[in-house]
Design a binder for this molecule. Structure first.
Ligand SMILES: [Zn+2]
Length: 147
């Protein structure tokens, strides 16, 4: 599965739109269903509107109905870890961050492995708001499935 995830991220990088930085990134996430969703960075002349490859992949997964991310692969020239914003977005859909594998891949194919728990320790979540817990997300699923 890890090989497939890395290959999806490498393929997604081909679609990156990075005319300003020239820094192309591809990402792919594996959801708890086993499905893989990929994304690339898309820049904008209004720089702040740029979206990272990792968040695009997560949002595509969520828009397809997924609610739990189990792994991420991200490919870039030097092989960089996800930015803070992307780590936070991943945490929203990672009830067990210490079990979420993050594979960082360079353009030359060198790989480093982390977990989301390592990259975003003591993270903030909906549980702190008292409004959403991963348990409630599970409850939604039970209601939909009639459990
Ligand atoms: Zn990011």
């Amino acid at each position: 599965m890890r090989r497939k995830l890395v290959e999806a991220a490498q393929a997604a990088r081909e679609g990156a739109y990075a005319p300003y930085s020239g820094f192309t990134v591809g990402a792919a996430v594996e959801a708890s269903s086993g499905a893989i969703y990929s994304g690339c960075n898309v820049e904008n002349a209004s720089y702040g509107l740029t979206i990272c490859a990792e968040r695009m992949a997560v949002f595509k997964a969520v828009s397809a109905g997924e609610r739990e991310i189990t792994a991420l692969a991200v490919v870039s020239g030097p092989g960089v870890t996800p930015c803070g914003a992307c780590r936070q977005v991943l945490a929203e859909f990672a009830p067990r961050p210490e079990e979420v594998t993050i594979v960082v891949v360079s353009g030359q194919g060198e790989e480093r492995c982390y977990t989301l728990g390592e990259l975003l320790p003591a993270s903030f979540s909906g549980e702190e708001l008292g409004l959403l817990s991963h348990g409630m997300v599970g409850h939604e699923r039970e209601v939909e499935e009639g459990v």
